[in-house]
Design a protein around this ligand. Structure first.
Ligand code: SF4
Length: 362
């Protein structure tokens, strides 16, 4: 199964927490960028069957109608599987009926909205432009044309858990099938970091995580990855392939590909990209790195890792490994139905103990 990621780095406004590869929208740059994106795709893509396409950013929906039409016609070069998933990321304030019609006409079947919060004070801290009414109006509009819709939420911006409860209640009211919930990360060079915005207390952050987990599960959402929840049949196939350490192309500024065990990173420098110097680095991943990635990514999935698959893939015995036995004996992970997975009560702490896998003998 092969995935394709396309990066559109343009945004109408830069958010205060954003560490992604992005620049302010500029129509001249968009035009030149699309020329080069097309060149890059044509020079690297060999016609393989593609299961998923994901257009991320940046804000792909910041492009105007003509630019979106051009982008999607460039992307129509991919040989899509009949059972495909095709996602585009959108901001709430840059979606309208014309764009929805363009998405439909090119076969897009999943919309992912960066909402982050419904609360006006949290939106102000994060530097997001929408308000609650806009979220409801534009998601209800989108729901008339698409059933597969995700929203991203950020929690832990301040220590008021009532805001998190209210955000989750509003998500449930929207009645859409997928949500990704992430705790705020203060990345260097972001406005929040420079302004010395503080992390909330870890116990509070954990209380929020557990509240979100329990509430969404009680309301029929399957918790399938540490931060992701979906109704039956709506798990993100594209993102799941990352956690299964699958192969994918990444095209565009700063995009990463993983093809034939090579991790290829594109340049994050727009001038270089527009000069046609797409690639920044290429790292061949040896078997140790592949095993580490299979474990660290696979244990993010709530159902964990299929032990037979892993053993067949590497002609190995996972349960013989010292690090796995240590994590089992420490009680962090367990084997259920021949799958290795993190115990529910340790999901919140998973990132800490998974670090021990790196460099261990596998
Ligand atoms: S819209 Fe997304 S990519 Fe653009 S600045 Fe905000 S968080 Fe970053």
């Amino acid at each position: 199964m092969l995935g394709v990621y396309i990066h559109i780095p343009f945004c109408n406004k830069i958010c205060n927490y954003c560490d992604f590869c992005k620049i302010l929208y500029d129509s001249d740059y968009v035009s030149k960028y699309l020329d080069k994106l097309e060149e890059e795709i044509k020079s690297r893509y060999k016609g393989e069957l593609v299961k998923t396409i994901y257009i991320g950013g940046g804000t792909p929906s910041s492009l105007n109608n003509d630019e979106l039409d051009r982008l999607l016609s460039i992307i129509s070069i991919f040989n899509l599987d009949s059972e495909y998933e095709y996602t585009i990321e959108c901001n709430i304030e840059s979606i309208d009926i014309n764009k929805i019609n363009i998405f439909k006409s090119y076969g897009i079947n999943r919309i992912s909205f960066g909402v982050e919060s419904f609360d006006k004070d949290i939106c102000k801290i994060l530097g997001r432009n929408h308000d609650e009414d806009m979220v409801f109006d534009n998601i209800y509009l989108t729901k008339k044309y698409f059933d597969n819709i995700n929203i991203d939420l950020i929690y832990g911006v301040n220590d008021n858990i009532e805001i998190v409860k209210s955000d989750i209640a509003k998500f449930l009211e929207l009645n859409i099938p997928h949500i990704s919930c992430y705790s705020l990360i203060l990345e260097e060079h972001t406005k929040l970091f420079i302004d010395k915005h503080d992390y909330i207390d870890q116990d509070k952050d954990r209380e929020m995580y557990e509240y979100i987990k329990d509430t969404l599960r009680k309301n029929g959402y399957k918790h399938y990855e540490i931060s992701n929840y979906a109704r039956d049949g709506y798990e993100s196939i594209h993102n799941k392939s990352y956690w299964l350490n699958g192969s994918y192309y990444g095209f565009g500024l700063g995009a990463v590909s993983y093809i034939n065990n090579n991790r290829i990173s594109n340049t994050k420098n727009m001038s270089k990209y527009l000069d046609g110097n797409y690639k920044d680095s290429c790292q061949y991943e040896d078997i140790q790195t592949r095993k580490e990635n299979d474990l660290i990514l696979g244990l993010r999935l709530i159902d964990g890792i299929d032990i037979d698959n892993y053993n067949n893939k590497y002609n190995d015995n996972l349960l013989d490994k010292d690090i796995i036995n240590k994590l089992l004996n420490d009680g962090y992970i367990e084997v259920i139905n021949n799958r290795l997975r993190c115990k529910d009560k340790y999901l919140y702490l998973e990132n800490y103990f998974l670090e021990d896998i790196i460099g261990s003998e596998l």
